[in-house]
Ligand binder design. Sequence first.
Ligand SMILES: [Zn+2]
Length: 314
Amino acid sequence: MVRIGMDVGGTGIQMGVVDDQGRILEKGAVVTRTDLPFPEQIAQMAECALDTLRRSGYGLDDLLSVGAGVPGVADQRTGIIPLCTNLGWHNVPFRDELRKHIDKPIFIDNDATVAGLAESIAGVSAGTSSSVFITLGTGVGGGIVINGRVWSGAHGIGSEIGHMTLELDGEPCTCGNRGCLERYCSATAIIRMAKERLEFYPDSLILEDCGGDTSKINARMVFDAAKKGDPLGEKVFRRYVLFLSQAINTITAILDPEMFVLGGGVSKSGAFLLDAVRAEVPKYALFKDAFPLPRIELARLGTDAGIIGAAMLQ
Ligand SMILES: [Zn+2]
């Protein structure tokens, strides 16, 4: 028996037929067409999914379920996606619409949540009974897995850890609040924090790297500068690590998970980031030295995590 996983993104939708071990047997993709009415977008996805299933050598009788990870809030109870700004979706009946084409159990969840689930089945957190996945990309997302099942709360916003408040009067956030984790630990935040301080560091490597054009500054440039000992790069990096470590400590106080998994584009800085976070977290550990620290690891599955995790939703 197989399952289909869909990784719904703002520019493309990747999908795969996945076996019960979390292995991808066949892949497919379709371009995201936000210009089309919602039912037509779903019809295209369904067509691609059925085509991918056919190419995998399996048929509808072998298909257990279809899962989708979306870059927004998904309400598994109702099958409705209340909010997915990248695709311009507001309160769309995703499950009901997709079921018109594929009459199988259909599951939806947030993309960071499904990536966390994938890691807990076929990746770095496999074998743990509780883990929290933190995706450090353009934004910051979270995925909570407890006893093999995802936890997304009563309304689908239960793992929006990017919007936990870290500074009461902090940076304004897209969610309407201030001082959210995402304002300090996303790639966007790294760029902002570097630009804010650039005038005090006219000799910064970052300025050299972007050729004097500050609009070209990206997160990798800032962290690369930090690696080379550039004072501005280091300042931003230390602030980044401080906020991320505080967030990890706060989540530990609520969930006490066995493992934190760091994924997303910023996590590609690898051991440089991982070692710094592992060194910082113990400073704020609860009841110091009385309990083991949570393990902190880098994600292992890369871009396939979205497909695998979506397929494994149930
Ligand atoms: Zn926010």
